[in-house]
Write a protein that binds this ligand. Sequence first.
Ligand SMILES: NC(=O)c1ccc[n+]([C@@H]2O[C@H](COP(=O)([O-])OP(=O)(O)OC[C@H]3O[C@@H](n4cnc5c(N)ncnc54)[C@H](OP(=O)(O)O)[C@@H]3O)[C@@H](O)[C@H]2O)c1
Length: 320
Amino acid sequence: MEYRPLGNSGMQVSTIALGCWPIAGMTSRGVIDENSIATIQACFELGVNHLDTAYMYGATGESERLIARAIQGRRDDVVIATKGGLHWEGNNRVFDARPETLRRQCEESLRRLGTDHVELYYLHAPDPNVPVAESAGELARLMAEGKTRAVGASNVDVPQLEAFAAQCPLAAYQPVYNMLQRGIEADALPWCAAHGVAVLVYWPLLKGLLAGGLRRDTVLPEGDSRLKYSMFHGQEWQRNHDLLDKLRGIAAETGHTVAQLVINWTIHQPGVTSALCGAKRPDQIRDTAGAAGWALTESQRARIGQALRDRGAPDVESPV
Ligand SMILES: NC(=O)c1ccc[n+]([C@@H]2O[C@H](COP(=O)([O-])OP(=O)(O)OC[C@H]3O[C@@H](n4cnc5c(N)ncnc54)[C@H](OP(=O)(O)O)[C@@H]3O)[C@@H](O)[C@H]2O)c1
């Protein structure tokens, strides 16, 4: 495994991190506690030291609670990130990043995680009714009190990153980024590089689409939340599979799986610190962890670039 600095926090994170959304069991099907705990524990043997969760991962914080169970006796071996400012009311997401809400959610997350601090606490998403600077100010206070060692911001744009960083030391930025969603390359990635902010990207496998496990003739079962995205349907689906066929060819040359190739490409994009790879079973994170420790050749990266240009601009909905 490879490790990179978490901004200016003094901490290091593995280039492959475990995304702990699937184990919340809210979208991915067939999630069971034994597998979820085994997935987290597999990280110790793989050198994956970073776990990414959130207050809203599970109706009552199932993801954070499973992490607490899985890391018993190994607390010092993990860099835990959680997030506040988004929660569920029934099936609806509520954006509430008022200072008092962030404080209450942070304290609740610490109780669920069975710890007195986390290494990284993010603003999950900006609240349209609260200036980002106000949310950032509360996160600075939580850091000063030792409830988190470092602070990050997710789903914000560059002006919001600037407003945030003016109020609170900013160690990490968490945007969506993958081969088909590359908007941050224009502005946020260079901004973070210039300001020493780590970039930990989510959806690197585009919810499993780029992992290669879904075949062209796969019919997603009713109730699979991915059905709401156009990239899993019709012409977009076919175009994505034309791309995957090319990626499979390059992956075979490297002796790696498609998921490994996609994540390897991602963590070697300039400015990317780490890929948050979702998994609900140990075999998934074992496979993904094999993306670290090697590099695609220049010619392979060029062929991937060409395959992406051939695929054309995707029709991808915003995740948040
Ligand atoms: N800040 C934010 O707003 C935000 C938003 C979204 C996600 N996140 C973070 O980013 C993480 C990653 O996002 P994600 O979990 O939604 O999506 P992802 O990492 O792009 O994809 C995860 C899915 O890919 C499949 N998969 C994983 N490894 C595989 C492998 N080796 N072979 C075949 N399939 C594999 C699994 O699908 P199956 O379920 O079909 O097995 C898994 O649920 C999250 O867990 C979370 O920590 C943050």
